[in-house]
Design a protein around this ligand. Sequence first.
Ligand code: ZN
Length: 188
Amino acid sequence: MKAFALTLALASFAASADHHSHDNTAGHGAHEHGHGQFNLVLDGDQLMLELQAPAADLIGFEHKASSDAEKAQLKQALARLNAADTLFTLSPDAACKLTEQQVEVGHDEHDHDHDAAHEQDHDDHDGHEHADVHATYTFTCAKPDALKGITATLFGLYPTLQRLTVQGIVPGNQVAGELTPSDNTLSW
Ligand SMILES: [Zn+2]
């Protein structure tokens, strides 16, 4: 597949890696159903993957679960998001092992906390709640040099997810691009 070797300024991504990337610089435009963000950093033998996408795509709804059916659906969706090996495929020779993961669902009340236009947003609010799933996965790789790419197999699990905008830092290179159901492998 494509080899991405774009020299994209990753300053904002590097900065956001230190705190929660809910404060996406793209602001409200970042929440677009069918579209997620995927960040990766390979540093030494540590690979960190970060996935952020609308709950509409990864869970099926964005309001807070209230009925038993919704709670069951949420529980199942979170279990699926915690099964990292079904979401991504890494170069097998790199022998990467999942060592840490965290999956959160953030509702928009939270996301708007730091928004300067907070008050105005409320006046304009259409009453529809939005929520994002934010998941991070950390792997330790026995042979990080052998890690040459990643395939986002999660598209097969989430049919409404249409694209992931990718930014990443790997040794000696920055990677950027877009993954889609038909072009779901990032190589470097
Ligand atoms: Zn939404």
